[in-house]
Design a protein. Structure first.
Length: 280
């Protein structure tokens, strides 16, 4: 009996110790668990950013959409993010067309919005030759190349680049590149080639200085940029109205290889041409 009482007493003490330690462990977990409700959406609201389910539960909203800031509070508003456990205060971010917090009020805005609208719709890259209608011809909206992003954005401001370029090439075919061995314009493909676009925009007076490589302060929303990928390949994209955090660069709206994306591309390759169509 004495041995039994000792055993029971020992088990009781162990149970108390375990319970006490369990409370400490639970309390410790509560203390170190991050308060995700403090994290406000400060990362670039480019659709498709991965987010944790736990963060979604805390926000109860799309964390890729920037918060609307009341006009009267705009100067004082800040954004917070957590870096290495510290809460960092960031300056307020201006509303943009990219994240849907700004309305299109100018032709340039409509042009940018026409490009943004292609994100999530054009999900592949295909440069195959296709016979298309004229005017306002287009390949299937689900695919295309980098130039198709430009053509579709122009149609958002009621400009049919296919028709405009074809008319100019018919009158001035000798001024356009001879890279493809054509003896006359081809309205199915001419407007979908970067070198042809470059000539057309230069002829329209849209060309502005490229500037020093690595300096991007003159690249403004709505501008067109042409990069040299290699000796045989060039690429074109549209400057968005949202800046890459802590840089002077804007995100680029383009289709580089797998569909339309909005990405930090301005500094990726050598810039060989810079065009500006809209002054407002």
């Amino acid at each position: 009996m004495r041995a039994l009482r000792i055993a029971i007493a020992t088990l009781t003490v162990l149970a108390i110790v375990l319970l006490f330690n369990s409370d400490i462990a639970i309390d410790t977990v509560k203390k170190i668990k991050p308060n995700l409700s403090l994290i406000k959406p400060n990362s670039p609201p480019i659709k498709g950013d991965p987010v944790y389910d736990e963060a979604l539960d805390d926000h109860k909203e799309d964390v890729n959409v920037a918060e609307e800031i009341p006009a009267e509070d705009k100067e004082e508003a800040v954004t917070e993010k957590i870096i290495d456990g510290d809460i960092i205060i960031l300056p307020p971010r201006e509303p943009t067309l990219v994240d849907g917090t700004k309305k299109a009020t100018t032709i340039r805005d409509r042009f940018i919005l026409g490009a943004v609208a292609q994100y999530g719709v054009t999900n592949s890259y295909n440069g195959a030759y296709k016979r298309i209608s004229y005017p306002n011809g287009d390949v299937d909206i689900s695919t295309g190349v980098c130039t198709d992003v430009i053509v579709r954005a122009f149609r958002a401001v009621d400009i049919d680049l296919q028709q405009e370029m074809h008319r100019d090439m018919k009158r001035n075919f000798g001024k356009y590149p001879k890279k493809w061995g054509l003896r006359q314009p081809d309205r199915n493909i001419d407007h979908r080639r970067v070198p042809n676009m470059e000539v057309y925009f230069k002829r329209k007076g849209y060309k502005i200085p490229v500037g020093k490589q690595g300096e991007f302060s003159t690249y403004l929303p709505g501008d067109l940029v042409v990069w040299r990928i290699n000796n045989d390949l060039t690429h074109i994209g549209i400057v968005s109205d949202q800046k890459v955090p802590e840089t002077s660069r804007y995100y680029i709206i383009h289709n580089p290889f797998q569909g339309v994306e909005i990405s930090d591309w301005l500094a990726e390759f050598e810039i060989i041409n810079h065009f500006r169509m809209f002054k407002d």
